[in-house]
Design a protein around this ligand. Structure first.
Ligand code: SF4
Length: 459
């Protein structure tokens, strides 16, 4: 996918026990920028227990500068990058959220989506709660307000047990950070060590850049408390399963990240090898759609013996115009963003590897682009199953109408994109790209949701 038709909702990053935490958070959220470009923010706590926060619309490098960072004092803090989907746009919805409360101030950052947000919001409003934002993350804030006579952790556990859906939450009080993951483990969350302190992040690529050493992933249903005692683990439920979002491996995460013990590039490369085994084709060259499909193309080429070529080039200088485009802009964006190298593809039959097909418009244009550059045949191989159902877990596939495979079978999709042949990797085979795993979330491929879907419409 070149137009980033699918968007991850967010990325979170937290650090405890590091001087100048804000500088680490800056680098951390910068390396999570691919997970959200609409806005970003950070909150730190200084040695006097004073919270400092700043949020803005735009990229991390646009929002923060050295002056701002030096004012965000403290050795602990949390940060966030946001792509707006369910909660709408605007600065109000940029996180982390910071709350004053007589039970103790706190900040929180969230990645994912609460499926029963409407129901919880309505119950809370009936109880007299006022909401400042349309983000469902604020619901957690209301649920975890701490009564004087109760431990914060017990209140967090009770709150998380009321929520259905996908979430990785960072909750920061004056003294500690709680890192929480939903009971199905849908969104990733990992922990690392940095000197005497700790770091937690949506993706491990953020650890490498600051020199932190990966320790482990937060487990489904787990709350890891990080403070001067070190790491302390507890679970808010025993009803857990292991269903990381398959699209994290296929498309969202950076290739240098590790998710639950599997490197993302290695997963994609293996999916390309499996794709050849499932759907071999004879052709002159293999071409991957840059950037997220290059690893899979490498795997397909390696096992097939068909040379991998750079048949498509991506422009590095497309601005933010194309981050939240209209359909019209998106179509223009494909032309601006990608071009075919005639010298490479002319007179050649091409196996085109892509990670997924969403609307089909991008695929159609790329196939046509290759033909215009002289390709004699274009065989499309997709390193994931057809996307047939909306995602309610934090990815902006919210409508069946957006998904070509929800409304057409594989042959109809082939005709629509103008390919000579088209094969999608099947679900069972895709799982083999992560050896040792026996489950993942495949709901957008299968329509089999892990949770009740509440007010969300399903076919
Ligand atoms: S439905 Fe699809 S995109 Fe959403 S969490 Fe599951 S695998 Fe990921």
């Amino acid at each position: 996918m070149t137009d980033r038709s699918l968007h991850e909702e967010c990325g979170v990053f937290g650090i405890y026990g590091a001087e100048n935490a804000s500088s680490y958070i800056y680098y951390g959220i910068h390396s999570l920028q691919h997970r959200g470009q609409e806005g970003c923010g950070m909150v730190t706590v200084d040695t006097d227990g004073v919270f400092h926060n700043y949020r803005g619309l735009g990229l991390v490098s646009e929002v923060f500068n050295a002056g701002l960072l030096s004012g965000l004092n403290g050795s602990m803090g949390i940060g966030h990058v946001r792509y707006s989907t369910f909660g709408g746009g605007g600065l109000d919805n940029v996180q982390p959220f910071y709350f004053h409360h007589k039970g103790g101030d706190f900040a929180l950052a969230h990645n994912g989506n609460i499926v029963n947000a409407d129901e919880l919001r309505s119950e809370l409003e009936d109880e007299g709660c006022l909401f400042r934002t349309t983000s469902d993350s604020e619901i957690l804030a209301h649920l975890i307000r701490k009564p004087h006579d109760e431990d914060r952790i017990d209140h967090i556990k009770r709150a998380l047990n009321q929520m259905e859906g996908a979430f990785s939450f960072l909750i920061m009080t004056k003294k500690r950070i709680y890192a929480c993951r939903d009971k199905h483990g849908l969104r990733p969350l990992s922990i690392a060590k940095l000197g005497d302190g700790y770091v937690v992040s949506s993706e491990t690529c953020a650890f490498d850049i600051i020199g932190a050493k990966y320790l482990r992933d937060v487990l489904p249903g787990e709350i890891v408390c990080i403070d001067h005692h070190g790491l302390r683990s507890s679970f808010y439920t025993e009803d857990t399963s292991s269903h990381i979002c398959a699209m994290e491996y296929i498309y969202f995460a950076r290739p240098d990240s590790m998710i639950e013990g599997r490197n993302v590039h290695s997963f994609r490369k293996e999916s390309g090898r499996l794709l050849y085994r499932q759907a071999p084709v004879s052709a002159d060259i293999v071409v991957g759609v840059p950037d997220s499909s290059l690893s899979a193309a490498m795997g397909y080429s390696e096992v097939s013996g068909i040379p991998l070529e750079t048949g498509l080039v991506k422009s590095r200088y497309i601005g933010r115009t194309f981050i939240q485009p209209t359909q019209e802009l998106r179509e223009m964006g494909v032309k601006m963003k990608l071009s075919a190298i005639r010298e490479v593809v002319e007179g050649k039959s091409v196996v085109l590897i892509d990670d997924s097909i969403v609307r089909g418009t991008t695929s159609r244009r790329i196939v046509q682009m290759l033909r215009d550059a002289g390709a004699t045949a274009v065989h499309v191989r997709i390193a994931s199953p057809p996307l047939t159902s909306p995602c309610f877990y934090g990815v902006d596939i919210s409508d069946y109408d957006q998904l070509i495979s929800a409304n057409k079978n594989v042959e109809e999709v082939r005709q629509a994109i103008g390919a000579d042949s088209l094969v999608f990797l099947d679900e069972k085979t895709l799982l083999e790209a992560a050896p040792g795993r026996c489950s993942m979330c495949f709901a957008c491929f299968s329509g089999r949701y892990l949770t009740p879907t509440f007010s969300h419409k399903v076919r």
